[in-house]
Unconditional design. Structure first.
Length: 428
């Protein structure tokens, strides 16, 4: 008997449930367990099935017992707390159906996260803030400089900065303090796990988590993708990257890129964790253009491109940072212009949906302004004069006569809506 259950603890537990039902029906004498084997696989394409069949092991009783222990703990904790909170809340709220208020070690904390987020969104009040907006016209290109002080919730204070520049004698100037140019690497993405797949489908394809997982599971059952429920973000040592790439050589969308990648040598994916049960989500066989349709085709395309990108070269950018200062404002007069140009696309040549690749939540305010653009030439010591005129909108705009180089300074008002983003969770 060969057991082909999922390669995790739950699958191991199911193995022994099957044995309990079937071992007494096995023919022959001697130890029946000696004729029981366990296959470890994560995809149902021919190569993975044959690889698993040629490396059969034994079912692990201890993993199965750990699942039994967890199930028993879940049941006892659930029964005890369900009884406690049902009796506690009965009669306290008139509109509460308190016949049974169940508790689950997973469902209740998850419900708590959802309620907490809902309350944050319901009680959040957008708060306006103001910042100085410096624009420098250089060689026919208007460059926006980010205020290093970030933001101010005091409009009068920002108005006073404008007044200081306007009343300065001699006239205020914006001076280039430094120009720094350096090359940066943008690291290729780590292999795809379930959470990353759902995020990518939502951000890049507009497919919700529930539908995305359904599509991935259908692709898995059809043999196109590996098992889509995984926490691993690192390919195991046994994973054959070259063979998986070779399956994609005939594709007219990325075949030539894969051919060059195989010729130059693949790059082992950086970082990540191999959880040991299932590998990251990868394509298992080639799907010709038109072979898949609708969202299944889009999800397959995203997974395949992500896999190829994860073993490609890093992208290289040339980043330029221009520091500008208005002396009259002291430390509040520091501004920064950032720009970058792509030197070598690396994995970005194959990963079309690069907008989902960076999850940068700890970027300081203002640095997100760096975008892909060519900056005109700036030199240390360059100065741009500020000339003032009234503005109906703010009353404090700075402008100059039209010339080859000039700059404008204005107050920009924004609202802090960071806590009012849509956040939906589907539970069962």
């Amino acid at each position: 008997m060969v057991l082909w259950m999922d390669c995790d603890r739950e699958g191991e537990n199911i193995n022994f449930e099957v044995l309990e039902c079937c071992m007494h029906l096995m023919a022959g004498s001697g130890s029946k367990f000696d004729r029981v084997y366990r296959a470890h696989f994560s995809a149902i394409n021919p190569s993975d099935i044959m690889k698993a069949y040629n490396a059969l092991g034994k079912p692990d009783k201890f993993q199965s017992l750990s699942v039994d222990a967890r199930q028993e703990l879940d049941l006892k904790v659930g029964v005890a707390f369900s009884r406690f909170q049902t009796r506690y809340f009965q009669g306290r709220y008139g509109d509460l159906d308190s016949a049974v208020l169940s508790y689950g070690p997973c469902q209740t904390p998850t419900l708590g996260f959802c309620v907490q987020r809902h309350l944050e969104m319901e009680t959040f009040k957008p708060e306006p803030y103001w910042l100085l907006d410096l624009g420098i016209m250089n060689s026919g290109t208007m460059c926006r400089a980010v205020w290093d002080s970030g933001r101010s919730f005091n409009r009068n204070k920002v108005d006073s900065y404008i007044a200081t520049c306007r009343d300065a004698n001699p006239a205020s100037v914006a001076k280039v303090i430094s120009v720094i140019t350096k090359d940066k690497n943008q690291g290729r993405p780590v292999p795809l796990n379930t959470v990353a797949l759902l995020k990518a489908c939502s951000k890049a394809l507009g497919i919700g988590p529930h539908s995305a997982l359904q599509m991935a599971e259908r692709l898995y059952l059809s043999g196109y993708l590996s098992y889509p429920r995984t926490e691993s973000t690192r390919y195991p040592k046994s994973f054959d990257i070259a063979s998986t790439l070779q399956d994609q050589l005939q594709d007219n969308r990325w075949g030539s890129y894969v051919r060059d990648l195989l010729r130059d040598g693949v790059n082992v994916a950086k970082g990540g964790v191999d959880m040991g049960d299932h590998p990251p989500i990868t394509p298992c066989r080639h799907a010709r253009a038109g072979e898949l349709t609708g969202d299944m085709a889009r999800v397959y395309d995203l997974v395949t491109r992500h896999f190829i990108a994860s073993v490609s070269r890093d992208a290289k950018w040339r980043s330029t940072t221009v520091k500008i200062s208005i002396e009259e404002l002291g430390e509040k007069g520091d501004f920064t212009i950032r720009g970058k140009t792509l030197i070598s696309p690396g994995f970005l040549a194959i990963m079309l949906h690069k907008q989902y690749g960076d999850e940068r939540e700890d970027v300081p305010f203002g640095e997100e302004e760096e975008e892909e653009k060519d900056l005109p030439e700036f030199k240390e010591g360059d100065m741009y004069g500020l000339f003032f005129s009234g503005s109906k909108k703010s009353g404090n705009k700075v402008s100059v006569a039209p010339a080859g180089t000039f700059c404008t300074l204005d107050i920009k008002e924004k609202n802090d809506n960071s806590s009012n983003l849509p956040h939906r969770v589907r539970t069962h």
